[in-house]
Ligand binder design. Structure first.
Ligand code: ZN
Ligand code: ZN
Length: 366
């Protein structure tokens, strides 16, 4: 099958739009015609050489579309189903068997390192082999091949083109608040970094009844969106530790919950300094620089600090739940989205980096 795709090459910092041949599917595969695919920061990091993603490779891991074909061993999906594609997992390790697929022991090999490189789902350009299977989908392409564990059937009355964003960035931010930190009504929360992940966390905090919600960012444009989505207070980052003081002024005694979406080590310190007694701090990525928590402070104030992958999402349950909330008008993630065609992908990356758009989604004419 011939498909348009965005290809990442070794040593190049821009995607190339090319016509590739997608391999024939196998008995465990689901062939999906992509309606829309979100751009996530992880795609950009992989393009730039992070995570040892083999090149050349088709990236993209927030695909949504229509099932066109299923292999003989696929039992839960059928052609015509509307689906969201999410991260891949093995289904058999201790984490997967225990209901925690986001912490699958094979996360890196399946999602980044193309452990399945010889299985169906790879691409060719003439005689050159191009890696597929990025997050088990490689959905910066007109068609993608996934498996049952990362293909989520969704209701057909929702806007399919933008639903793929729920498969990574949005479920990460929303799940961090709703699942990992288990926010309760009336708890106060501060969110460091309100890009697409942080804004999803703001919306989830509203769903949970958190108050007040405080958003911290270096971009005024993003803080104004956070306010629009329900943040009571915003703090423009300007000068280091004053931020924590500002937060403690806004929320007397400190906040119950803090979430960092930025990976900036200074924000980890600020988050812990902002917490009230027995506050909970979640972080979504490793800090960019060395970070040594003040254990005495964590101990004496009873704080919790925990790492969070994919918002602890069990995607087959959580993604349909987020879509139901959206359709009820309670989770307006469509407000984050700007649509592009796939051939504008490099332009979209620049727009996002400059803060002109929050969440690019690439759509295809069917
Ligand atoms: Zn696993
Ligand atoms: Zn992602």
């Amino acid at each position: 099958m011939r498909v348009q795709a965005a290809v990442a090459y070794q040593g190049r910092d821009r995607f190339a739009i090319e016509q590739l041949d997608l391999s024939d599917p196998g008995p465990d595969n689901i062939l999906v015609r992509i309606a829309g695919v979100g751009l996530c920061h992880t795609d950009v990091k992989a393009l730039e050489g992070a995570m040892r993603v083999p090149k050349p490779s088709v990236l993209g891991h927030e695909g949504a579309g229509v099932v066109e074909w299923v292999g003989e061993r696929v039992v839960t999906l059928k052609p015509g189903d509307h689906v969201v594609l999410t991260y891949d997992s093995c289904r058999s390790c201790h984490a997967c068997a225990g209901g925690n697929p986001a912490y699958c022991e094979q996360t890196a090999s399946l999602n980044f390192h193309d452990a399945r490189e010889n299985e169906p789902g790879f691409f060719r350009k003439g005689s050159e082999r191009i890696h597929g299977h990025f997050f088990g989908q490689s959905s910066f392409a007109h068609h993608a091949m996934a498996r049952e564990q990362n293909t989520i059937r969704v209701r057909k009355d929702a806007p399919l083109e933008i639903l793929g964003t729920l498969g990574c960035g949005v479920q990460t931010g929303a799940g961090a608040i709703m699942n990992s930190l288990a926010a309760r009504s009336g708890e106060s929360v501060v969110i460091f970094g309100v890009g697409p992940v942080g804004l999803s966390a703001v919306m989830a905090a509203v769903v949970c009844g958190c108050a007040p919600i405080v958003a911290v960012d270096a971009l005024e444009s993003r803080l104004s969106i956070a306010k629009h989505l329900g943040a009571a207070h915003t703090v423009l980052v300007s000068s280091g530790f004053e931020v924590a003081e500002e937060i403690r002024k806004l929320v007397s005694g400190g906040v119950n919950l803090a979430l960092d979406t930025t990976g900036r080590a200074e924000n980890y310190h600020l988050a812990l300094a902002s917490l009230a007694t027995k506050g909970r701090f979640g972080f979504l990525t490793l800090p960019s620089a060395a970070f040594e928590p003040h254990l005495a402070s964590i101990f004496l104030r009873g704080l919790t600090m925990r790492g969070i992958v994919q918002g602890d999402s069990v995607p087959h349950e959580f993604i349909p739940r987020l879509i139901d909330l959206y359709m009820d008008g309670r989770f307006p993630f469509d407000k984050l989205v700007t649509k592009y065609s796939l051939d504008k992908i490099n332009h979209a990356i620049e727009d996002q980096a400059a803060g002109r758009v929050v969440k690019p989604v690439f759509t295809f004419d069917s």
